[in-house]
Design a protein around this ligand. Structure first.
Ligand SMILES: [Zn+2]
Length: 249
């Protein structure tokens, strides 16, 4: 039913001659899998660009070869090893100050260099912190490592680097750990699109191909059927959005 809410929102954008910018970030890729094949097939079928947040330490040539034929995929840096260094009573965190700051920064530099070398044509100089958590002191140092953007989850706050956040998480992590209710997701997407226009931001959809159940996969089909050719929105690559931010900074 709220599919209509998203459609109405996009129709009103189209009437005014504006297009909402949408982008999709999919986390945790390290190697080719059947779930990754399913994701890439959706990108091909609907001609929707997607950004894979790849975990640098465990990944290698196998994933790079698999992506050779993918037309609309770019790659960002997902931490270093996706390893938790927080204490047992804390929220999981790889990029906190539980270790010396220089140790963390050295890992983030290694991750940047490894993925830039594996993906010379697809690399986006953007950091995606594991669990979407990062200490502000680490954020301050990102530009000195070559990063031009940071992507976490939730509304953008003031930061010393361009933020390209995600806002709609299709998985219900605290409940079923499966795909969220579709009507809820359409409503969240419609609401974010309106806020994003007011703030001159984008709307980021967050996915995790390795954790998708049938409901999550089915949501893609409904979302892309509705949006892929709608004049009230356009799917953007993270690369083009980061480039645009760099050129206007
Ligand atoms: Zn992750």
């Amino acid at each position: 039913m709220t599919e209509k809410k998203l459609l109405d929102t996009l129709d009103s954008f189209a009437h005014r001659g504006v297009a909402a910018d949408l982008w999709l970030r999919d986390d945790d890729a390290t190697e080719p899998t059947s779930a990754l094949d399913q994701l890439l097939a959706l990108s091909d079928r609907y001609a929707v660009p997607m950004t894979l947040a790849v975990i640098p330490e465990p990944t290698g040539d196998a994933l790079a070869r698999r992506l050779d034929s993918a037309e609309k995929i770019d790659v960002a840096v997902h931490g270093w090893a996706h390893r938790n260094h927080a204490g047992p009573n804390e929220k999981k965190r790889e990029l906190g100050l539980h270790r010396p700051k220089d140790t963390v920064l050295a890992e983030l530099q290694s991750g940047f260099e490894k993925l830039q070398n594996l993906y010379p044509g697809r690399f986006v100089p953007m950091l995606v912190p594991p669990w979407n958590r990062i200490d502000p002191e680490i954020v301050d140092a990102l530009p000195s490592l070559g990063y031009q953007a940071l992507s976490v989850y939730g509304p953008e706050k003031a930061a010393p680097i361009h933020l390209l956040n995600t806002h709609v998480d299709i998985i219900d992590w605290r409940g079923t750990r499966g795909g969220k209710d579709h009507d809820l997701l359409f409503a969240e997407t419609a609401e974010r699109i309106v806020v994003a226009e007011q703030e001159a931001r984008t709307t980021g959809i967050l996915t995790h191909h390795l954790d998708h159940d049938e409901a999550a996969w089915a949501f893609f089909d409904r979302l892309f059927t509705l949006t892929a050719n709608h004049p009230g929105c356009r799917w953007r690559s993270a690369g083009s959005l980061v480039e645009k931010a760099g050129s206007t900074a």
